[in-house]
Design a binder for this molecule. Structure first.
Ligand code: DLL
Length: 428
């Protein structure tokens, strides 16, 4: 089943036509309504009429997080405040949050893309959704809620945290679908094991996991630990929230469909900003083609990934590979660029480990040092030096860096208590 088959399988030429029409309308609106964009156009020496189609998008300047901050809180809104029906904000770790707004039309689009995503993940009308994304300013909870309601599911709005209660609900309310961060799914799986809850007795069949980077290692652990089929959902508040892209349950590991009738993606070179060919890794940039209250042109997400079309996919829309990490979270260790997902990928290859891990980064003198703390599989001895040596060697061969290995007993590394988990502690 597809939620919106005619759009999800629209031939590429038609999709481009639709995107072009939408982009032309968008630039006109932005020029008229948002002083920031009018100025951007002026500086670039452009008039809205110069943008004739989606192929002209690259002539436009990028919008960056700093631009949103400079226009805090409502300066980028393109509709009157009386029209706004919801406001979310993304949790900036420093300074003021990024504020985003939606009118009724935008909430409709949000529901539509989340409904499409849920169907791609395996959900169907009539199923129950255990929604363990946080409700609040974070877009996860309410975003999934709206889309599931639109699809015709019964939503259980559990929100994040209070793991005891989550387990009771999983056991007693018999949801077929669960959504939460991958790290919290790991926590739930570990708790089930600890309490002797056999996951086969749970009704849950699908897990829709996102809001932070994760790899196949965690997929395998969660799928076994909760007896579900787990897929990746991606999104960011600035563009919409969850449901910008979603992996199909029958096409796992081949990337996630971006709903490109609403969100036009580009991958550009981090340094030069030049668009890169499909398949090459760079910074993901999105233009929101249909949003009315908070539309963005060429928004620099800072997320690192690549794009490709999948001729074997069920849908015509473009796919994005799993996010490697955020450009600003990339570690530079003795001159080598490192994302923590690279370490997770190595962990996946070592069957004596489970992907409960964190990286501690320190500086001794002028030397950066990474310590990998990772749990051994149940029943194994964390003090066995052969295991640590094997991991150390594998990391050296794959990533090209020597790291300090510190194997830990099962269950000893703190996991997510409900939301996004920070896997890197940078003490430099
Ligand atoms: O995390 C929206 C969301 C909620 C997505 C629930 C999926 C599920 P923000 O809090 O604004 O919004 O954070 C957005 O989180 O730029 C990425 O760096 C990261 N991110 C989100 N989904 C994924 C994913 C929500 N599937 C930022 N894989 C984004 C990797 C992700 N990173």
């Amino acid at each position: 089943m597809l939620y919106n088959p005619s759009i999800e399988t629209l031939p590429l030429a038609k999709l481009r036509q639709l995107q072009s029409e939408r982009l032309r309308a968008l630039v006109n609106r932005l020029y008229e309504k948002v002083p920031f964009y009018r100025q951007q156009f002026t500086v670039a020496g452009l008039m809205p009429g110069d943008i004739k189609g989606i192929e002209d998008l690259r002539r436009l300047p990028f919008t960056r997080k700093a631009d949103l901050r400079d226009n805090y809180p409502y300066g980028m809104f393109a509709t009157p405040m009386e029209e706004v029906r919801r406001i979310h904000a993304s949790s900036g770790t420093t300074g003021k949050p990024t504020v985003v707004g939606y009118n009724q039309h935008d909430l409709g689009v949000f529901n539509e893309v989340v409904a499409r995503s849920l169907v791609a993940a395996g959900a169907r009308p009539g199923m129950r959704l255990h929604n363990a994304y946080g409700y609040g300013l974070f877009t996860g909870g309410l975003g999934m809620h709206g889309g599931a309601t639109r699809l015709g599911m019964a939503v259980i709005p559990v929100s994040g945290g209070m793991t005891d209660r989550q387990l009771t609900i999983l056991q007693d309310f018999s949801p077929e679908v669960i959504c939460c961060t991958p790290s919290y799914a790991q926590t739930l799986a570990a708790e089930c094991a600890k309490r002797g809850i056999d996951p086969a007795t749970l009704s849950t069949r699908y897990a829709v996991l996102g809001a932070e980077p994760w790899t196949e290692a965690i997929r395998q652990q969660v799928e076994a630990g909760l007896q579900v089929s787990a897929t990746n959902i991606y999104g960011l508040s600035e563009i919409m929230g969850p449901g910008v892209s979603q992996e199909d349950v029958d096409e796992k590991g081949t990337g996630s469909y971006i709903w490109e009738d609403h969100f036009f993606p580009e991958v550009v070179d981090r340094e030069t900003g030049q668009p890169l060919p499909y398949g090459e890794e760079g910074v993901l940039v999105f233009t929101t083609l249909t949003k009315q209250t908070f539309p963005l042109l060429r928004y620099w997400t800072n997320d690192i990934c690549s794009l490709h079309y999948d001729p074997n996919g069920k849908r015509t829309h473009i796919k994005m590979a799993a996010i490697k990490g955020r450009a600003d979270d990339m570690l530079i260790i003795r001159g080598v660029n490192l994302f923590y997902t690279q370490v997770e990928e190595v962990i996946e290859q070592m069957d004596f480990l489970v992907p409960n891990y964190r990286l501690i980064v320190t500086r001794e003198g002028t030397m950066d040092q990474v310590e990998v703390q990772v749990e051994v599989a149940p029943g194994l001895d964390a003090a066995n030096p052969d295991l640590a040596a094997a991991l150390s060697q594998k990391i050296k061969n794959t990533i090209g860096l020597s790291m300090k290995i510190s194997l830990q007993a099962p269950g000893s590394i703190p996991g997510s208590e409900g939301g996004k988990l920070s896997r890197v502690e940078d003490r430099r």
